[in-house]
Design a protein around this ligand. Sequence first.
Ligand SMILES: Nc1ncnc2c1ncn2[C@@H]1O[C@H](COP(=O)(O)OP(=O)(O)OP(=O)(O)O)[C@@H](O)[C@H]1O
Length: 240
Amino acid sequence: MAGSAGSAASSLVVEDVTLTYPDGGGRLTALDGVSLEVPGGTMTAVLGPSGSGKSSLLAVAATLVTPDRGRVVLDGVDTGTLSRAEQAALRRRRLGIVFQQPNLLASLTALEQLELMAHVDGRRPSRQVRERARELLAAVGLAGEAGRRPHQMSGGQRQRVGIARALMNAPAVLLVDEPTSALDHERGGAVLELLSRLTRERGTATVLVTHDRARLSVADRVVEMADGCLSSPCRGQSRG
Ligand SMILES: Nc1ncnc2c1ncn2[C@@H]1O[C@H](COP(=O)(O)OP(=O)(O)OP(=O)(O)O)[C@@H](O)[C@H]1O
């Protein structure tokens, strides 16, 4: 059954995932038997040096990359049983992604950036869509900035628009990749506090990838990635 192995309480289950990339004549093992469970309403921080496999883990959890082995259960659905089109639909409806840079569209206001998510999901803009967009902008402290375009906002404000946008379709799982890398310490801290609050309020299973040990107190759990393994011994495979 999809989602056995403890997923009843966990919106995201990554189970014994191995991912390799072509590397010259051989294969490089980027993820080596990685398992992770994230219950709704909690945040797990994934810490690790450059090249340890953090982005690969996010890509697999987001169903953007298919692992060689293991499975990913998103909101109770075993994603390995879905077609690529079904995976894309699941991503649109149940997954939010916050990138290092929010990549906002230059010509759209903050409100329109959020409304666009409803277009992408094939739904017509409606009063409910606009109300939800306004409610989310208020939740991230940007009620007064709804009409601003990206160049009229600070880096921290743009990142908060990116967070609100990721929540637009009420995702069960929120994947966050180094959201503070372009922000100063104070603004970065505020963004992480905001993510922590929204995780609890919205019940998302949040995975936060970060290099920054200093601000891990926002997370409910911290796991460390090293050489493609997560806080537990590698199964002993060579990475080269
Ligand atoms: N598309 C790819 N093709 C081949 N090798 C890759 C590819 N993507 C990543 N790798 C390799 O896989 C390993 C894990 O990379 P990954 O990007 O997941 O690490 P990371 O911890 O996210 O690093 P960073 O913090 O620098 O973003 C690295 O050795 C990297 O060189």
